[in-house]
Design a protein around this ligand. Structure first.
Ligand SMILES: [Zn+2]
Length: 314
């Protein structure tokens, strides 16, 4: 009872969401302080250049490439001294470097595109999109953690960017990942979807919120669902996760068993929150809902939570 490992599908649900295709071998046990210099000297090294929430993509005919050689990145004034080594893929070292130029100063062969548009428009292959999530999260963390949070002295990048150390007090600081629960509250035949004021017209999605210190994933699902919708949740099961580089979160997708049905929505977070029957939700996922209700696109973990529930019982 309660042990489901050998019943789980071999292709876990997380493999189907955007930002999840990272194929980099991180070699985390072999990181050294000279990793960045060694990688930059490798002719096979490839660098992503990003800054201000945008990736500087290289135009390649009708499509885009995320990758520059070290010399190409240098020619674009990328800040290679602040680059991080993400790891190695089949072609060699993979790095991410902060951009050194304003968008207006880029050559015609380079286009700065925000991460969300790259993700929504499918401008990169899954492996590069996964690398984007890693690089964006790491560079964002370094950008906001240049000083030791214990003593205030300037800290130094170590281990290819996977650590910062303080030369003054010796403290070590590690890149952070912020866990967020995103959940679909369900009964036997209905699911709970909410609408934030900033959503596009007609869009409804799962509820979500940050996991707080000292809290289990399951308790965060129960707390957030009650705070946002006034619905009590009983059992909780994990479904899938999605790296979310805004700036460095991990979305943890769960189902929650709704044990009450009367909605009392937090109107500061949600402008609407409703139960949708399975038949109606099936129309929504198919894009044929008569009221024009939509859910997030296929690469979103919310879409997978909703569509997997729709499909679960025929
Ligand atoms: Zn310090």
């Amino acid at each position: 009872m309660g042990f489901h490992l050998f019943d789980a599908p071999e292709r876990e649900a997380s493999q189907f969401v955007g930002f999840a295709g990272n194929a980099i071998d991180r070699q985390s046990e072999n990181r050294r302080d000279d990793d960045v210099e060694t990688a930059l000297a490798d002719p096979a090294c490839r660098v992503m250049v990003m800054g201000g929430g945008r990736m500087h993509l290289k135009k390649a005919g009708e499509s885009f490439s995320a990758w520059y050689g070290a010399d190409e990145a240098r020619a674009l004034d990328a800040k290679l001294a602040d680059a991080v080594l993400l790891g190695w893929d089949a072609n060699g070292p993979v790095m991410a470097a902060p951009a050194g130029r304003e968008v207006d100063d880029l050559p015609d062969t380079v286009k700065a595109i925000d991460y969300r548009s790259i993700y929504m428009q499918g401008l990169l292959d899954p492996a590069a999109l996964g690398a984007l999530a890693q690089g964006a999260a790491m560079l964002a963390w370094h950008h906001t953690h240049r000083f030791c949070s214990r003593c205030g002295a300037g800290s130094q990048m170590r281990d290819g960017g996977f650590k910062r150390t303080c030369p003054s007090c010796g403290a070590q600081h590690f890149p952070r990942t912020d866990p967020v629960v995103i959940m679909l509250a369900v009964t036997r035949d209905a699911c709970l979807l909410g609408r934030s004021p900033h959503f596009m017209p007609g869009m409804y999605s799962c509820l979500a919120g940050f996991v707080e210190p000292g809290e289990t994933i399951e308790n965060a699902v129960r707390r957030e669902t009650f705070e946002e919708a006034g619905i009590r949740i009983g059992r909780v099961v994990y479904h899938a996760s999605q790296p979310w580089p805004f700036p460095h979160s991990l979305m943890i997708g769960c189902y929650g068993e709704a044990i009450t049905e009367a909605i009392d929505a937090d109107t500061t977070e949600l402008e609407d929150c409703r139960w949708f029957s399975r038949a109606e939700t099936r129309q929504i996922v198919a894009g044929t809902h008569p009221g024009g209700v939509l859910v997030p696109p296929k690469m979103a973990i919310a879409h997978h939570l909703i569509s997997a529930w729709v499909d679960a019982d025929g």
